[in-house]
Design a protein around this ligand. Sequence first.
Ligand code: FES
Length: 135
Amino acid sequence: MDRSEFFSKIGILYGVALATSCLQSCNHELAKVTYPVDFTINLEDPKYLSLKTPANFAFVNEIIVAYTIHKTYIALAARCTHQASLIAYYDSDIFFCSKHGATFNTNGEVTNGPATQNLIVYKTSLIKSDLRIHS
Ligand code: FES
């Protein structure tokens, strides 16, 4: 094998590795599944006590429900659109993915990569202690 043949083979291997990596990454980007959501949680339930204190959050059915610093409820898809790690709500009013550092605002919009797709946002409505989360 001469030198140019060697580099040609290395180039092909690198190309295959790069394509595989890209396809896996693209699959994560496309893995976002949308489905109708409509459920209610009772904030008196001990599981959701954190949602009575501003700047806290809870996970319910793959959705992150946050009680914001502005004392409003926000519900977003809980998994980062980059590689599907769970996100968290912070009192600086952002949703943060600790895996690679992506951030999203309270409208679900990407404010810092590497994520490029926004999070799904769900509607919330509060009647007494019942918080409805729906599409
Ligand atoms: S998985 Fe969230 S930034 Fe990579």
